[in-house]
Ligand binder design. Sequence first.
Ligand code: ZN
Length: 649
Amino acid sequence: MKAAFEIPKNLDYNRLGLVAGLEIHQQLNTKHKLFCNCETRLVKELDLANSVQFVRFLRATRSELGEIDAAAAFETQRGRRYIYVMPQDCSCLVELDEEPPHELNREALTIALAIAKALNARPVDEVHVMRKIVVDGSNTTGFQRTAIIALGGYIVDEEGVINIQTIALEEDAARKIAEETSSVTYALDRLGIPLIEISTAPDIRSPEQAKRVAEKIGLLLRMTGKVKRGIGTIRQDLNLSIQGSPKIEIKGIQKLELIPKVIQEEARRLVGLLMIKNELEKRGAKAEEIMAQTPIDITEYVKDCKSNIIQSGLRKGHRVYAIKLPYFDGLLGVELQTNRRFGTELADYAKQWAGVKGIIHSDELPNYGIDEQTIALIKKILNMGERDAFVIVVDEKEKALKALQVVKERACQALYGIPKETRGANEDGTTRYLRPQPGAARMYPETDVPPIKIDETILREAEKLVPPPIEIKMEELTKVYDLSIELAKQLLYSEYLNIFEELIKLYKVEPKVIATLLTSILGELRSEGLDLSVLEDRHLHMIAKLIESYGIKDKEVLKNIISLIIKNPGISYEELKNVVAETRISEDEVRRIVRIKIGENLEVVKARGEKAFQFIMGKVMAELRGRIDGKTVASIVKEELAKIFKSSV
Ligand SMILES: [Zn+2]
């Protein structure tokens, strides 16, 4: 890969003038949805398959000011079909926009007010539901209902105070379950689940600080005991800028740990784009010259080329088009984020706006079976100078031409700086172009839902849900439940604090055993690659009951039980109990095996004396691991060895 320069990986965020804000969306664990009485759970795949479907199209409508929103226009021009799957119990005519929304869910409002209080924010006097335009079909109405609940809070971070701008209640969007170029399929079970949205001011100055702030807010949310847990129940959006860049929005960071990485990668991209702008200026690039380029059909010249991409395109009747990008030599190959180059940015635009599979650019050649000879030929056809680059697209004529038009426009933008984009977070912490940022005038009142006065009654209800300060909670965990500070901390920052409290209230179990189960044991299983997302609260209740009935403490035994549940999530308590009872052996049986092992190794035992303990322990555990805890075995081995030595004296 050819690259004109490299962008440093370790950036001085202070010097760059990094400014970031977080938007945290957390699903509330209410009985009903925000504007109807449907359940707030996601259905299984099988139930989706048996559900009714509806098809809709989206059209961009002019706002009251007569403008078409850039983001809406973008989605409309894609002309996609939206398919909505409507699972029973979890969706009704409200989600389908065939019935007006009901009154705002009071339970959700109460929880939101409690969270507002915990974040030192000031509740509004009256809650007004607004409509926020959404353009990706994720809402059947074409807008999302949202209501500001409180303003002006703050949290204290070690590097300074982070202000909270707004706390809002929102309806969650429909759940995307399939996506093709021409259609998107959404499940309506998630649509309307209450979400609390907490927006911080752009007070964050470093990737690490962003993580701490998100962690602290997440902890406060969980401590209310009223939020949902598991993948997808909390989502973080980020906005950030550096000096000389516009504010970039990044959507959908699902993992907290990823936040610092996303900021690092995005800051690097912004630095890189500014460097590219400088370089283009230095080279004397002119916008008119770039825009004057037209795509050229090079199909006939490359039809014998060995490239698979080209050959398979030709078999489908596709054409090969190329365009010259004056002054871009070496710039398309500049790495802006890990494994993402400026060429990748151009490809994103081509994919999103023209629906092509991708582009090929000159900085990555020779490659893909395109050799020096072909490259030289293309350069000649395009009349290229030494500092020029080119881009090729293989597709149907119309799509290819559109893609190259978009590529040209995006390349030209590089001369002016960084475009205002809404980007999506990738799983590796890099980001990709999603769409232009929507205009500001996107909100208008929801006339179907009456405003709600925030009175003393609801504030008093909310007061009961306000979580205690973190220090008080820590004290309770360490003093009342006798957890070590380390274990208490782990539990506090895990998503299992609420279920922990529930389990130790319901079952006669040692809090330490349950806390260890929910932190280190689940953690180990996760790192062993087990998919813990299938583990539901009812499973954890079953495990607690088993611990109560059988006095299970051993880590291996617990790990076995959980693995069993994950392999078979439908397993009943009775079945689980039978398996455990079967594999679990009685102390008498253990004693029998210990005696056999001692008998088999009597010579060694006598020779080693007291030191034979480890030896026998190893032999016995090799046979019994996962069926009984090591502590019980150890005490039996000790007893039996003592008997031997006594008799032999
Ligand atoms: Zn409903």
